[in-house]
Design a protein around this ligand. Structure first.
Ligand SMILES: [Zn+2]
Ligand SMILES: [Zn+2]
Length: 265
């Protein structure tokens, strides 16, 4: 398993590689656009070139983009990202079926633009408000509606699973989730993990990440992390960090240690 985190790319997309190297990560997640701008950031060709160079030199494995807007796909393909992770979104009170129709229409267009080896990965939601994607069932419906497109997959977030009612803090429950996932969607569709502790109790349907060992899941988050079916994947932290400055070296080390304690248990 590779361990990494979401890192800022402010100052140029290649700076995300510098930042993940500085905190000792193996893989990195980035936004390819400013969270405050609706427009996709136009990355300069030389920054993209440097990104590829630095990734190679530092031996960084997985690279994923977290999409705020689906226009992220073009930038993600340019930096050779393994996947673009997106939240399925909300049906805004229109109801699941109507929301689903809109989502399917948008995703079909986006998938046509996803080039090379860049997959589009839907992330399970914490189940707050009218979000789509709170259960494997909802994700499975989307997978079917997109005709099992060969580059359409999923990213599981441990905090969102817990908040939406999946108690993944003990091995038998994680095994059950894995076999449900395999039966409904296919294990080969799982391409990335977000590892976060939850600041809210099981089934609270609220999206609040906590630092490793500092949330409700605590040490037992290791049960999720160490499942045999996940060991070939890249795990990305999206934790608040110290004073909310984002994932740091300490969080990545805690993640590695937690994994080491549970693997082979
Ligand atoms: Zn996430
Ligand atoms: Zn979240």
């Amino acid at each position: 398993m590779e361990f990494g985190a979401h890192m800022s790319s402010s100052g140029g997309i290649d700076s995300a590689i510098d930042r993940i190297v500085a905190v000792g990560g193996d893989c990195v997640q980035v936004f390819t656009q400013s969270p405050r701008m609706w427009r996709p950031t136009n990355h300069k060709p030389d920054a993209i070139e440097r990104f590829h160079e630095k990734r190679r030199e530092a031996g960084i494995g997985g690279v994923v983009c977290h999409a705020l807007y689906l226009s992220t796909v073009d930038a993600a393909s340019a930096i050779g990202a393994d996947g673009v992770i997106f939240h399925v979104g909300s049906h805004l009170g229109a109801g699941f079926e109507v929301g689903l129709d809109r989502t399917v229409a948008a995703l079909t267009q986006i998938l046509a633009r996803c080039e090379g080896d860049t997959w589009l990965l839907m992330e399970n939601s914490a189940g707050s408000g009218a979000t789509i994607g709170r259960s494997l069932d909802e994700l499975a419906v989307l997978m079917e509606r997109l005709d099992h497109h060969p580059r359409f997959g999923i990213c599981l977030d441990s905090c969102h699973l817990y908040a939406s009612g999946y108690d993944v803090t003990y091995p038998a429950a994680v095994d059950e989730l894995v076999s449900e996932l395999d039966g409904r969607i296919g294990l080969d569709r799982l391409r990335a993990l977000h590892i976060n502790d939850s600041a809210v109790p099981l089934g609270a349907n609220s999206d609040r990440h906590a630092n490793i060992l500092e949330g409700v899941m605590g040490e037992n988050l290791g049960a999720f992390l160490a499942n045999p079916a996940f060991q070939h994947l890249s795990a990305y932290l999206e934790v608040p960090g110290e004073n909310k400055t984002g994932p740091n070296a300490n969080e990545i080390q805690k993640l590695r240690d937690l994994h080491a304690r549970w693997i082979g248990v």
